[in-house]
Design a protein around this ligand. Sequence first.
Ligand code: C2E
Ligand code: CA
Ligand code: CA
Length: 478
Amino acid sequence: MAFLAAVPAMIRQFSSVLAGLVALAAGLVAVALVRRRSRRLARSLARSSARRRGLEQQLRERATRDPVTGLANRALLTALLADIRPGLTVVLLDLDGFKEINDELGHQAGDALLVQVARRLRDALPDADLMARPGDDEFAAVWRGPAPAGAAERALARLRPPYQVAGRQVHLTGSAGVVVADGQRTSAEVLRDADLALQAAKGGGKDRIVRYDTGLRTAADRHRELAAGLRRALREGEFAVHYQPVVRLADGRITAVEALLRWHPPGGEPIPPGVFIPVAEATGLIVPLGWWVLGRACAEAREWHARDGVSLTVNVAAHQLREPDFVERVRGALEEGGLPPSALVLELTESSLVADAESTARLDVLRADGVRVAIDDFGTGYSSLAYLVHLPVDVLKIDRTFLATAVDTTLMRAILQLAGGLALQTVAEGVETEKQAAALRALGCEHAQGFLFSAAVPPEELDALLSGRLELGAARAR
Ligand code: C2E
Ligand code: CA
Ligand code: CA
C-alpha cells in the first residue's frame, strides 16, 4: 500500500508547487500592470491568465477521487499503474444491467446504488492495494502482487444479494476481467487486456469472470484484422456470390438458388463466411455487404429466372432489416437487376424476425409486392412454434442439425405438419446422403438443399447445371 499511499501525497506536493508558480506568475503580471507598460503586457496578461486557468483546470482534472463513491478515479488508477511490476494484478469489474436501473430509478438512486456497490467491494476485497471507479459502472481492484485466491469470485458473490434503493429492492450482478502483469506490457496495455477479459466475461453471459490469456488478444487482433480486411475488400471488390441449388425432391429439378457470399483476398486463402460474417455483423459492415450481395444476385439471377423459372433466395442480416430504407433498397435492387419481386425470397433467422414490429411491418410491405420471406436455420432459434402464425413468413428452411445423424423422423414429421397447416413451403437444409433424401421424400418434405445435390457454385457453373451441361451431384462439396 505504501507506494499507492505515496501517490496522492506526490500529487498534493505537485499541486502546491504548481499553485505557487501560478501565484508567482499572477504576482508578476500584477506588478507589470501597475507599471502600466505597453499593450503587449496586457495581452500577455490575458495569455498568462488563460494559461493559469488551463493549469487550474488540469489540476482539477487530476483530482484523484471519484466524488460519488470516494474510491480512486481513473486518473489515480492510471498514475498508480505507471509503476507497473510483474505479478501486479488488476480485477476490472462492470455491473450488469446498471444502466437500465439508472434509467428507471433516476441518477440519484443510481449514485446511491454505486455507493453501496463500492462499500460491498471494499468489504469483499479488504486487502486490495487500490480500489477505483474508473468509469460509470466500472470498478477496479489492484494488488501490487498476486491477488489472494478467489478474490474476483468473492467480489462477484458479494454483489449478488439484493440492494435497497429509493424504497425499492433491486438485484445486480457483476462481470469481471482479471489480468496479471508480466513485465512486458505497459500499464495502458494491462488495462486494455483487463478490459478485453471483461468484455469476454460480459459476452459470455455476464455474472462471470474471465482471466486474460494471449488467446483473447489473438482473437481481438484477428477480429481487427478481419474488419480492416473487409473494409478493403468492399472497396476493392474482392467478393463474389456463389449459388447453391434448392432442389424439388419429387423430381430433382432446381427450383431456387441461394446466394452465398464468398471472399477470396488476392494472394491469400479464401476466408469462410462462418469466419467473416460474424465480424461483418459485429462491425455493421454486414449492411453494405448485404446490399452488395442483393444487387449482384438480383442481376445475376435475372436470366435464370426468365429462362428456367428459378427463384433467388438471399440472406438478410438483422442489422440490414432494421435500416429505415430497407423496403426502398430491396425494390431498387429488384428493379435494377430486372428481377420480378415474385422471384425473390429473403432469408432471415428466427431471432431477427421476432425482434421488432417495425421490421415485420417492412417485410409485410415487400410481401404485398410479391417478395417471399423464409425463416433460415429453423429450429435453432426461439423454436416457439406458437408465434410462427404471426410472423410474415412463406418458407421454412429446416436446419441441418435435424439431419445430423439420421433424419429425426418424429421431429421432422411434426415440423412438416406444422408447416403444412400454415401453408408454408419447406426446404430441408444440409442434405448430404441419398438416404436422407429418401427419408425426407417419404415424410413429404418438398424441397432440399445440400452437398448431395450441389455445393454453392460460381455463376458460370450454375448456368451449366441449369442448362443440363453439368449433372447435379457433380458439383458436390469441395
Ligand atoms: P446459411 O444461410 O445457413 O447457408 C447455408 C450454409 O450451409 C452455407 O455455408 C452452405 O455452404 C452450407 N451447406 C450447404 N449444404 C450443406 C451440406 O450439405 N452440408 C453442410 N455441412 N453444409 C452445407 P456458407 O456458405 O459457409 O455460409 C455460412 C453462413 O454464412 C450462411 O449460413 C449464412 O448465415 C452466412 N452467409 C453467407 N452468405 C451470406 C450473405 O450474403 N449475407 C448474410 N447476411 N449472411 C450470409
Ligand atoms: Ca441461408
Ligand atoms: Ca440455413
